[in-house]
Write a protein of this length. Structure first.
Length: 368
């Protein structure tokens, strides 16, 4: 990689305590850029003002009265002052009048036409804005072929403008031995079925709860259901549903899990379940596979593409199918062993060199 490229990065997602997939994406790109000797500036707002800790990347906090002002005035001005060669945004939006090429990473289009939610005026407005941002961008990164097709179809951009580069898997995700300590820390009493993520409607967690309640009693008595995530707004409804289903005492809500604890939490799980109605990528499923955990996942969105045959796919709209998939993995030792082997073999395809390294190559091409 050339050191002549001076990278600008919209780093607002790097706020303390944030555990989103976008944050993980940014961290891996910046970590890879640092290792490659790149120099650049990570632009933050007041909420994300703490240092990033990426050698070669300087932090700069930009003040702005509104998000739109930060996007369209403060950021372009700073890019010009810092003589950036190219700017990477991890969102669907970027500065419209930037002094350098803009590369967007569009993870999904859930901000338009969110599954199960009709908002015609809002969706029309967001579609128009997204089309404007995409049209002005020099290049767009999609994290899956599934997302690329949606971007091309809904935003009206040329397929040649959109490059598929999957999310990077952090090197920390590998089989970890500290399971007992982590279980104690998060109040997990027994063997368990694991979900990691937010509690938004497209994650389909009410069906997962009903599937768990439908498991044979012998499996449910041996395995708790752990719903890990810091989504405090969505938690009360799920707790109430678990109580109504008679499984409230077997469902654990550990809240946000520290990044350092996640590999052990995945490793110790009997099975990881991701029953989403839609996914632009599905990073937790990949993290679980890298830790040697069998995965049961939805057959929709990008998940079949990401798992590539290394997980058991089920219909997320069918609670019985979800329950049957979980029960099969818990009951069939050979199937669980095969899924562990296949997952561990597939995970290296998403190493930082193969993913975040390709992001740097694209940025270098655009800057040139």
């Amino acid at each position: 990689m050339t050191r002549a490229v001076r990278l600008g990065v919209d780093g607002r997602e790097l706020r303390p305590g944030v555990h989103t997939g976008i944050r993980r994406y940014l961290a891996e790109v910046l970590r890879t850029a640092s290792r490659a000797g790149w120099a650049g500036v990570v632009y933050r707002d007041a909420a994300s003002a703490s240092g990033s800790g990426f050698p070669g990347m300087r932090d700069r906090v930009l003040s702005a009265p509104t998000t739109q002002w930060w996007d369209q005035v403060a950021l372009p001005r700073a890019l010009a002052q810092d003589r950036a060669s190219v700017v990477l945004s991890p969102y669907y939006k970027g500065p419209l009048l930037a002094p350098c090429p803009v590369v967007l990473t569009i993870h999904d289009l859930f901000f338009i036409g969110y599954p199960g939610r009709r908002r015609p005026l809002y969706d029309a407005t967001m579609t128009a804005l997204a089309r404007l941002y995409a049209g002005r961008a020099s290049a767009i990164i999609a994290v899956s072929e599934y997302s690329r097709r949606a971007i091309v179809a809904r935003l009206g951009v040329s397929p040649s403008k959109v490059t598929v580069i999957p999310n990077a898997l952090a090197s920390d995700f590998k089989p970890a031995p500290e399971a007992d300590t982590v279980k104690l820390r998060y109040g997990i009493p027994s063997a368990y079925i694991l979900y990691v993520g937010n509690f938004m409607p497209h994650k389909n967690l009410p069906r997962l709860l009903r599937a768990y309640a439908a498991l044979p009693g012998c499996l449910r008595s041996r395995h708790a259901l752990v719903l890990a995530g810091g989504d405090h707004a969505g938690r009360p409804a799920l707790e109430a549903l678990a109580t109504r289903l008679g499984v409230g005492g077997r469902v654990v809500f550990p809240g946000s899990v520290d990044d350092d604890d996640l590999p052990a939490l995945y490793t110790a799980a009997a099975v990881f379940v991701l029953p989403s109605l839609e996914e632009g990528f599905g990073l937790p499923a990949l993290e679980a596979m890298a830790c040697g955990t069998p995965v049961v996942a939805s057959n929709r969105g990008a998940l079949p593409e990401v798992l590539g045959g290394a997980g058991l796919l089920v219909d997320p709209a069918d609670e019985r199918a979800i329950a049957d998939g979980i029960a099969r993995v818990l009951s069939d030792i050979d199937l669980a062993k095969d899924l562990r082997r296949l997952g561990l073999a597939r995970a290296p395809l998403y190493s930082a060199d193969r993913t975040a390294g390709r992001v740097l190559t694209l940025l270098e091409q655009v800057a040139g």
